[in-house]
Design a protein. Structure first.
Length: 331
């Protein structure tokens, strides 16, 4: 799933025009004072268990410090983020309640759930993207002899349907399915309820491989508990510059990542949306924000309301295609 770099360039241009002033945060285009009361960020993941939760707490603290207004992070895990999304979809459109999620609730879930209590487009106002989540292909070195992606693919092709892989979320499943389609091999999915469970079974030798988010994957590699064969995005990771990408290992068009973004309820005044967008981008674009993203294994992905709307529409189609190709069943 190649990210459209034209959209990224347009987003960066938009970013250049956003004001960075806080207290109350003032957007140069809207002249809106924001925030004027307690801000709530609703996260569709458990506290302490995901990149989105960690990032939300980072920029929430930044906004609280600069605006002198209370900022609350409210975790509502469940249903692949749909529970959190429903809360925000039904919230007052006053620019003080936000959903922090990604391509699950706003691109993939519409293809995975037969019905949802909200409309990902009509019920939300897009605010901004802030990060991309790269993944790393891990194998259990005690189960597989391969030490390069080339050898792994050869092994998988020679043993169709015999290798097993863990998946714990839509992204980890779709990432493998995209690799299977690209490299033309077959393997059996073993689904888990959490990334921690999937990683435990990989390390314990119950499955052969797993595509995990970079920060958790690299922790296991550095501890010598798993072997990394490639990065799913097109560029090497600053935290692992010696680890080749899947693209440079024989599959030049392979570029897979999920993304993280912020929405608020539909009907929120545009000037408040822009003020919030400016605040989040300023926090993540600061030296501390850049350092945080790198430490978390995330890639900067600054945005704007317009760029996020375009991304959401395009990615809804792309994730739908990938989900259908993987024959993932709606529930």
């Amino acid at each position: 799933m190649t990210i459209d770099r034209r959209v990224m360039l347009a987003t960066m241009a938009t970013m250049a025009g956003l004001a960075a002033g806080f207290g109350p945060l003032a957007n140069a285009q809207s002249k809106a004072a924001w925030p004027t009361k307690t801000v709530k960020f609703i996260v569709g993941a458990a506290a302490g268990g995901s990149a989105s939760d960690a990032a939300t707490r980072f920029f929430a603290n930044q906004i609280a410090e600069r605006s002198k207004q209370p900022v609350v992070v409210d975790n509502r895990p469940g249903a692949d983020g749909n529970l959190a999304a429903e809360v925000v979809a039904r919230s007052a459109p006053d620019g003080h309640t936000f959903l922090v999620t990604g391509n699950n609730t706003h691109a993939a879930n519409v293809h995975l759930y037969k019905s949802m209590s909200f409309d990902p487009e009509k019920d939300f106002a897009p605010v901004t993207t802030y990060a991309r989540v790269p993944y790393v292909l891990l194998i259990n070195g005690n189960r597989l002899a391969a030490r390069t992606l080339k050898d792994f693919i050869a092994d998988a092709r020679a043993n169709p349907g015999k290798l097993t892989y863990a998946s714990a979320a839509v992204a980890s499943r779709v990432g493998v399915e995209q690799l299977k389609l690209t490299a033309k091999f077959d393997a059996v999915n073993v689904a888990y309820k959490s990334g921690a469970q999937a990683m435990t079974d990989l390390l314990g030798g119950h499955v052969d491989f797993y595509i995990a988010d970079a920060v958790n994957a690299l922790q296991q590699v550095q501890a010598g508990r798993a072997i990394a064969l490639g990065v799913t995005v097109a560029e090497r990771l600053p935290a692992a510059p010696d680890l080749p990408t899947i693209a440079e290992s024989g599959f030049p068009d392979f570029d897979f990542a999920s993304w993280l973004a912020v929405w608020t309820s539909a009907g929120t005044p545009p000037e408040l949306v822009r003020a919030a967008s400016a605040a989040i981008n300023d926090a993540m674009g600061s030296p501390a924000g850049k350092q945080f993203l790198e430490k978390q294994g995330l890639l900067p992905y600054p945005g704007s309301p317009e760029a996020l709307r375009t991304l959401q529409q395009r990615e809804t189609l792309r994730w739908g295609q990938a989900i259908r190709a993987a024959q993932m069943v709606a529930h």
